[in-house]
Write a protein that binds this ligand. Structure first.
Ligand code: SME
Length: 158
């Protein structure tokens, strides 16, 4: 898929949302939709250096489709990490500087900031989108809104 460059951020986001909607509508298996979504995000937003999904499984978070360096955090207890905190608090968490947040579980030495967005299905959290950036303070309200819309779209395949 061609990269969408030299375009306004909002236009790119709208186009990506349309492409994710099409993936969801394709009725492909969940893994395929999530993998395609991770690819669209990683390929079109250079600051999204690690893009992945964690899925709720027997009271823990289990690593699902992702793109970026392999992580040792394949299962995360809800008591730990930014990922666990986002489930407990049932809300998006933005960490502008991972070094300054004691909850942070390190995945890669290059990571400087992180956003975690819960995915809800019928009021229950079924998973989350986790994105790391090699840039400090990489995520703002526009990223939050965009990723929460994606979370809403992909919740349809859970
Ligand atoms: N940093 C996350 C762990 C997952 S890795 O970033 C892929 C956390 O603190 O929960």
């Amino acid at each position: 898929m061609a990269k969408l460059i030299f375009r306004k951020q909002e236009e790119i986001q709208t186009e990506i949302l349309n492409q994710i909607q099409a993936l969801v509508d394709s009725q492909k298996p969940k893994g395929s939709v999530l993998n395609g979504t991770a690819r669209l995000l990683k390929e079109n937003f250079p600051k999204y250096n690690w893009v992945g999904f964690y899925l709720m499984d027997e009271g823990e978070l289990s690593l699902g489709p992702y793109l970026g360096k392999p992580t040792s955090h394949t299962r995360i207890n809800l008591d730990s990490g930014i990922c666990g905190a986002a489930v407990r608090e049932e809300q998006t968490i933005i960490v502008p500087d991972v070094k300054a947040d004691p909850r942070y579980l390190a995945c890669s030495l290059e990571t400087k900031s992180e956003i975690v967005v819960p995915i809800r299905k019928e009021e229950k959290i079924v998973g989350e989108i986790d994105i790391d950036s090699d840039g400090l303070d990489a995520f703002d309200e526009q990223d939050k809104k965009f990723l929460e819309e994606i979370s809403h779209l992909v919740s349809n395949c859970f």
